[in-house]
Design a protein around this ligand. Structure first.
Ligand code: F6R
Length: 608
């Protein structure tokens, strides 16, 4: 989705802004623009397409200046065009604005402004902001933005500069993330920390209905009601290197290969062998309530939802809690009556997914207690949940989520184990589980060593245009996740199904031209999966089977076999999903897709 980067300091802003925009490319966008202040002038440029197109357009144009704002746009109001790209400006070219989010009352505001003789240059909702700030401006830009905020309905993260206010940027937020970066003799602001990590790891989060004035040597935050705010500076543990390819052709592949490390990060310092119990500091604020928890509702979208789906089986296995999993995007349509002692667990990589945020706000309103498993520290969902566990997996830049999925599963396993040990799980069971979790990073490395074999399978099958993914129990959501990975980056049509449902419909599709990926480790539903594979083979459907190392039975019937190490049944998904990520990646590679930026997709879906 849209991205914001701002810089004010002693250095030339242009290079810093363009480099920051490149780091936001992964979020998905269709046009980009930049505005830079120079003395009492503002120079700006916009282009449809990639940042490289914007750079080409800027060419050797000076665009000098040490304060500027830059934006990547993902079209919502008006097609991707230069006129609709940000920054937008007022009639006299004094005010320049970039905006993430949606102004819901823009039509009414536009009508009012047109009534006052203002003419519009774009079809966007954003342009009203530029005109309103210009109308309210009486020498104090912060005040003009404040008055404008009071008129806006909807969500926004905005950054504003004014031709007559050199060396100052005003940023404001309601519902769309904005983070201030504190650098050496400079300040930055961005919608995503990864745009700033090259310059600083000291950040301050702006909260809803707050605005900030940035200059090279200071910044101040206040609320929309003009109350000054003091906020502590946080240090982010992401390194500039995390946002580099480091020799990999794509971020997706890099992130798939990071999984031994990200799973290790999820368990580091959290396993207590002697008590057979994990230690999770982040849930301390809710621990007393959590011990009484009888109902758990897990919410998330997309891959995070599928992680929650696996989580349901894990919590049901290890605890005595009733568990449901809900799509956050459907949550608002449900009439859920939360019983006492209900917790809602939100899963989100970005911590900014609008539907997930809305779901937990709704859950809180109805009396549920909240927890989150979130990757981005200080993000909206992490703050709103108030308690939970961070993934500490570093930035996930490839649009297709990979390393966060396995990290989410690992953390849910720990959480379930912790609760289970306070319910009925024995010490022996606890120690056995801890040992199995601890072995995961090494086992993931073994799965990754199969990458070349999986690449060969992708070469064999990538031209097949319909695929079926089947699994049961813990691996049913993995079938859905495998299908999602394949469709989103290779654009191959794929269905993920519960294998037991095959006879109720999908078996009609089976033919020699449709590969089925059967996830069949040696677990409690193994024999049933073997029967499903036989049913497909007897209809001449090709089968790629994912099996436990040493499995001879399935090897005899399947066309291709991928072996994963043996583990406890509830941990198999952490291993079984990895070959599916690789299979999707290599199919997309053979089809020459834009793997890290698949068409129409955005990394962080900040609108509902
Ligand atoms: C798929 C994918 C998306 C996200 C979904 C939720 O590969 O990345 O389906 O999982 O948009 O995003 P987060 O986890 O940031 O809330």
């Amino acid at each position: 989705m849209c991205g914001i980067v701002c810089y004010v300091g002693e250095r030339e802003a242009k290079g810093i802004l363009l480099e920051g925009l490149k780091r936001l490319e992964y979020r998905g966008y269709d046009s980009a623009g930049v505005a830079i202040q120079n003395g009492s002038g503002v120079h700006f440029e916009r282009a449809v397409g990639r940042i490289a197109d914007l750079e080409r357009k800027i060419g050797t144009r000076p665009l000098d200046g040490t304060a500027g704002i830059a934006h990547t746009r993902w079209a919502t109001h008006g097609e991707p065009s230069e006129a609709n790209a940000h920054p937008h400006r007022d009639r006299d070219g004094n005010v320049f604005v970039i905006h993430n989010g949606i102004i819901e009352n823009y039509r009414a505001l536009k009508k009012k402004l047109e009534g006052r003789g203002v003419s519009f240059r774009s079809e966007t909702d954003t342009e009203v902001i530029a005109h309103l700030v210009a109308l309210h401006f009486e020498g104090d830009l912060c005040e003009a933005v404040r008055k404008t905020m009071l008129q806006l309905e909807g969500t926004f993260g905005i950054a504003v500069i004014h031709r007559q206010v050199p060396g100052k940027i005003v940023v404001a937020r309601r519902g769309s993330p904005l983070i201030i970066g504190i650098g050496e003799n400079c300040h930055l602001a961005a919608s995503d920390v990864s745009a700033m990590v090259r310059h600083t790891n000291k950040v301050v989060h702006l909260l809803d209905n707050e605005l900030a004035v940035l200059s090279s040597d200071e910044f101040s935050i206040s609320t929309v009601q003009a109350t000054p705010i003091e906020r502590v500076t946080e240090t982010v543990d992401w390194q500039a290197d995390d946002a580099e390819l480091n020799g990999f052709p794509h971020f997706m592949l890099k992130e798939i290969f990071e999984q031994p490390e990200t799973v290790r990060n999820a368990i580091r310092g959290r396993l207590d062998y002697s008590e057979g119990i994990p230690r999770l500091g982040g849930i301390a604020p809710v621990w007393e309530g959590l011990k009484q928890c009888r109902h758990l509702v897990i919410v998330g979208c997309g891959t995070s939802y599928y992680a929650g789906f696996v989580g349901r089986y894990i919590f049901e296995k290890l605890t005595d809690i009733d568990v449901t999993v809900e799509l956050a995007s459907e949550f608002r349509y449900r009439r859920i009556n939360f019983a006492p002692n209900t917790f809602v667990l939100a899963l989100s990589q970005s911590g900014e997914t609008a539907d997930t945020l809305a779901a937990i706000r709704e859950a809180r309103r109805k009396g549920a207690s909240l927890m989150g498993v979130v990757n981005v520290v200080g993000s909206s969902i992490a703050r709103e949940a108030g308690a939970g566990v961070y993934n500490h997996a570093g930035p996930e830049i490839g649009v297709a989520s990979t390393k966060i999925f396995t990290s989410q599963l690992t953390i849910m396993s720990l959480l379930a184990l912790l609760l289970g040990r306070h319910h009925s799980l024995s010490l022996t069971e606890g120690i056995e589980a801890i040992r199995a979790v601890d072995a995961l990073p090494g086992q993931i490395s073994r799965v990754l060593s199969l990458a070349h074999a999986i690449e060969a399978m992708a070469e064999k099958y990538h031209l097949k245009s319909n695929w079926l993914f089947l699994g049961r129990k813990y691996n049913y959501p993995i079938a859905m996740e495998g299908a999602l990975k394949l469709k989103e980056i290779s654009y191959i049509h794929a269905e993920g199904y519960a294998a037991g449902e095959m006879k109720h419909g999908p078996i009609a599709l089976v033919n020699p031209d449709m590969p089925t990926v059967a996830i069949a480790p040696q677990d409690s539903v193994y024999e049933k999966m073997v029967s499903n594979i036989q049913e497909i083979k007897s209809r001449r459907g090709p089968v790629i089977a994912l099996v436990t190392e040493g499995d001879e039975e399935i090897r005899e019937i399947a066309d291709d076999v991928i072996e994963i190490p043996r583990t406890l049944e509830f941990l198999y998904p952490i291993l079984s999903v990895i070959p599916l990520q690789l299979l999707a990646y290599y199919c997309a590679k053979f089809l020459h897709r834009d793997i890290d930026k698949p068409r129409n997709l955005a990394k962080s879906v900040t609108v509902e």
